[in-house]
Design a protein around this ligand. Structure first.
Ligand SMILES: NC(=[NH2+])NCCC[C@H](N)C(=O)O
Ligand SMILES: [Mn+2]
Ligand SMILES: [Mn+2]
Length: 316
């Protein structure tokens, strides 16, 4: 028997619309495009149905083929890698997330690398006024075309949705849609110099691992939710590298000193408790990385359990 879920303020009924994002063009390591398939094969949709959700978008032909969007000729903008390809894919994701949210469903995007956040945040913000974004990550992913040292667009989605930094021609579809005050970071511990300046200059609220250690995750979540305000819709973007590599090893840019298993889940549980989660990303699960098969299985399982916690699974 399905559990009965409490009402959610900003969505109609209890339907999750899956948005599958098998994409790795925002960074150089292959494998992360298999994240969505692995999460589904581990039973994610079934697990959400068992919690009482209606789940759409996991049918046999649901997996999109983004290769067809790869341009014959890339645009050049400094050291940015694949700007036109990333733009086309994220625009597609934007449309899918926007449609799902407009239908009153929770949009759950399975990545894929974190450049996809350009599409998910902008797609959700196009429907939900005053959206607050909780970005859980070891990294701030707020480089601009000027500050990025890697040229990897998975390190840039936040500056792109905010509309800061130089205009990049390939992304003319992406209009500024997120003010700095609508962002809260949790879990940061590997932030580039240019990104630190952007965070400071824009007064962006960030709870790095230092604050998680200092206050504990319970207090951090109280402060995070209070910062966004008591009554706004919330988008949760969860990069699994926010977790300590001992918890989620199969990811492209692991950084030691991360969130524990319980801290990660507590974040998700406390966002569910607000009743205001309207969209969520689970990103950077890379089944081809990690030392062995066990670390892969562990990472996929933790990805699934984070989503369950954000969608109402409780310990008791
Ligand atoms: N989504 C991620 N894992 N991002 C890692 C970004 C690392 C680095 N800051 C960069 O710009 O390349
Ligand atoms: Mn990230
Ligand atoms: Mn990261």
């Amino acid at each position: 028997m399905a559990a009965s879920l409490p009402p959610q303020k900003y969505t109609r009924g209890h339907t999750v619309g899956l948005v599958l994002a098998p994409f790795s063009g925002g960074q150089p390591r292959g494998g992360v495009e298999h994240g969505p398939n692995q999460l589904l094969e581990n039973g994610l949709a079934k697990q959400l149905r068992a919690l009482g959700w209606t789940v759409e978008g996991d049918g046999p032909d649901a997996m999109p083929d983004f290769e067809s969007l790869r341009p014959a000729k890339e645009l050049v903008h400094g050291i940015l890698k694949n700007p036109l390809f990333v733009s086309r894919v994220t625009q597609k994701i934007h449309e899918l997330v926007k449609k799902t949210c407009a239908e009153g469903k929770v949009a759950l995007t399975l990545g894929g690398d974190h450049s996809i956040g350009m599409g998910t945040v902008s797609g959700s913000a196009a429907v939900h006024d005053n959206l607050g974004v909780i970005w859980v990550d070891a990294h701030a992913d707020i480089n601009t075309a000027d500050t990025t040292e890697s040229g990897n667009l998975h390190g840039c989605p936040m500056s792109f949705v905010m509309g800061i930094g130089p205009k990049v021609e390939a992304f003319s579809w992406l209009k500024p849609c997120l003010r700095p005050s609508r962002i809260v970071y949790i879990g940061l511990r590997d932030v580039d110099q240019g990104e630190k300046r952007i965070l400071r200059e824009n007064g962006i609220k960030a709870f790095s691992m230092h604050e998680v250690d200092k206050y504990g995750i319970g207090r951090v979540m109280e402060l995070a939710i209070a910062h966004l305000g008591a009554d706004c819709p919330i988008h949760l973007s969860f990069d699994v590298d926010a977790l300590d590599p001992s918890v989620a090893p199969a990811t492209g840019t692991p950084v030691r000193g991360g969130l524990s298993f319980r801290e990660g889940h507590y974040i998700c549980e406390s966002i569910f408790e607000t009743g205001r989660l309207v969209s969520m990303d689970i990103m950077e699960v890379n089944p081809q990385l990690g030392a062995d098969h066990a670390s892969l299985v562990q990472t996929i399982q933790v990805g699934c359990s984070l989503v369950r916690s954000a969608l109402g699974e409780t310990l008791l």
